[in-house]
Write a protein that binds this ligand. Structure first.
Ligand SMILES: Cc1cc2nc3c(=O)[nH]c(=O)nc-3n(C[C@H](O)[C@H](O)[C@H](O)COP(=O)(O)OP(=O)(O)OC[C@H]3O[C@@H](n4cnc5c(N)ncnc54)[C@H](O)[C@@H]3O)c2cc1C
Ligand code: FES
Ligand code: FES
Length: 467
């Protein structure tokens, strides 16, 4: 049985854990304020808040309810637009009305939920960050200007509130969130954790952002296992020689990790182009690697970083490098019941250079047409220990071994980079598809290799000489 708090009510359900949260809200609970748009994580009409108890405190994040199984909401707080409604409109709702931020209203609950999530998680707000948090919400009629005005107005209202003992208290007294939020931590504490369900089901669900897009009809009619019940860590730790990333860590966990930021300071911004915030809140790194898409962002990044996967199957454990994981298009060196428990990468040495590049048809909320990562060290002005990956140019995510071999020991000159790009173009076998012709993808990869070096050595290289 699944037990949760839905808005201000503690409820239970016997529905199969694979049931889609969106359907549970609209059909079972008649909470029709949460809208069904694309059912693919693209439009944000179905956005809800998910609150999870950690160290006596509830942490809220936005999620796309169309891609979340109810098996993952046990002992959590789900907040829909109905759960934000109070006797009067919240300052965010009022700002949408006053600033013309809503027209037909279909997208509005999703926007209000996302903006409420932003206020809950940001003690100091600014319009640019708030707009970033709304990045997964699409509106077909207002043209966004009214929504941006409503965002600014909500910030002004918050800043005008009298000081309180803490941010949460200010949100409650300012009516940004209803008063019942105060008692949620205590109520969640009283819900017992679920017993682990026996394994060997047809599906193993991580964040569900691939599975529930690709196969939701099959999944809801079958039984499934959940990574969330497998005792797999989400932690990101630094050991003596390695960075260890728990198999259940999400893209947002990577973005927020101090360990990752310390060694890869640019990655935080680069991963903002991964889906939207609600997708990043659920999408796991392991899911990205196992989905085996040749254009997966994390697959590409971790391949160049020489990542090692640590798999477990009951008590049996084994490790292998990510570049040994892909045997052919979506064919893996992995047994059916093996789970990624940890992913490790070596701690970057001194004088380490890293860059990730992604080209997609749309800048935001789009998967790459071609992507590439480079990682290397420099010794005596020469490139060393290169890892270079390319995605979207072969049936599997590729390590460009011949190009790496060429680059090792070379100086950073335009001539050497041009030669490396030519070798890379020869090393790949792209196909023509909706994302571009094979020839175009080869040219894209060449440009991405130029771009790596221009980003890393802006003073040393002349872009015009390369292009
Ligand atoms: C709107 C939208 C935007 C997206 N944008 C991007 C993007 O910009 N870049 C990108 O690369 N991808 C993107 N994706 C794809 C997707 O979000 C990622 O591939 C994500 O990392 C998948 O992780 P998940 O946990 O949701 O996987 P799931 O859907 O849960 O699972 C995918 C596969 O991985 C397996 N799996 C999951 N966890 C484990 C584990 N620990 N051990 C073994 N097997 C496991 C599952 O069994 C399944 O076979 C997007 C998806 C959507 C819907
Ligand atoms: S219905 Fe479009 S994101 Fe869920
Ligand atoms: S108000 Fe109509 S879709 Fe946004």
């Amino acid at each position: 049985m699944i037990e949760l708090i839905l808005n201000d009510q503690k409820i239970t359900t016997d529905l199969p854990p694979t049931t889609v949260l969106l359907d549970f809200l609209r059909r079972e609970n008649k909470l029709t304020g949460t809208k069904e748009g694309c059912r693919e994580g693209d439009c944000g009409a179905c956005t809800v808040l998910l609150g999870e108890l950690k160290n006596e405190k509830v942490f809220y994040k936005t999620i796309n309810s169309c891609l979340v199984p109810i098996g993952d909401i046990h002992a959590k707080h789900v907040v829909t637009i109905e759960g934000l409604n109070q006797i009067e409109l919240s300052p965010i709702q009022a700002a949408f009305v006053e600033e013309g931020g809503t027209q037909c209203g279909f997208c509005t609950p999703g926007f209000v939920i996302s903006m409420t999530g932003y206020f809950i998680n940001s003690v100091i707000q600014n319009v640019d960050d708030a707009i970033e948090a709304l990045g997964g919400n699409i509106c077909r009629c207002t043209g966004y200007t009214g929504i941006i005005r409503a965002t600014q107005k909500s910030i002004n209202v918050y800043e005008g509130l009298a000081p309180r003992k803490n941010h949460f208290d200010k949100l409650v007294t300012g009516k940004f969130i209803p008063e019942y939020f105060v008692s949620i931590a205590g109520e969640l504490k009283s819900i017992k954790t679920q017993k682990r369900i026996v394994r060997n089901n047809q599906f193993m669900i991580g964040g569900g952002t691939d599975l529930y897009v690709q196969q939701w009809k099959d999944i809801v009619q079958s039984s499934a296992d959940f990574i969330s019940q497998e005792n797999i860590s989400k932690e990101i730790l630094q050991t003596k020689n390695q960075i260890r990333i728990g198999g259940a860590a999400t893209v947002q966990d990577i973005i927020e990790s101090h360990v990752i930021y310390k060694h890869f300071p640019t990655l935080r911004n680069q991963l903002q182009l991964f889906g939207s915030l609600p997708i990043r809140n659920r999408a796991t790194i392991s899911g990205n690697l196992v989905n085996a898409s040749p254009i997966g962002d994390l697959t590409n990044i971790f391949m160049a970083l020489d990542a090692e996967l640590h798999l477990k199957n009951g008590k049996k454990k084994r490790s292998l490098f990510l570049h040994e994981f892909y045997k052919g298009y979506k064919r893996l060196n992995k047994k059916e019941n093996e789970i990624i428990e940890w992913i490790t990468i070596p701690i970057p040495p001194k004088k380490f250079y890293f860059n990730y590049e992604k080209v997609s048809k749309r800048t935001h909320l789009d998967i790459a047409s071609v992507n590439s990562t480079i990682a290397f060290t420099m010794s005596k002005n020469r490139i060393n220990c290169v890892g270079l990956s390319a995605g979207g140019v072969a049936p599997v995510p590729l390590c460009l071994n011949k190009t790496c071999e060429y680059l090792n020991g070379k100086k950073v000159t335009c001539e050497n980079i041009k030669s490396a790009a030519l070798i890379a173009m020869d090393e790949i076998s792209p196909i023509s598809d909706a994302r571009g012709s094979a020839e175009y993808k080869k040219l894209l990869l060449r440009q991405l290799i130029y771009s790596h070096f221009l980003m890393l050595f802006p003073k040393q290289l002349n872009a015009e000489e390369l292009l």
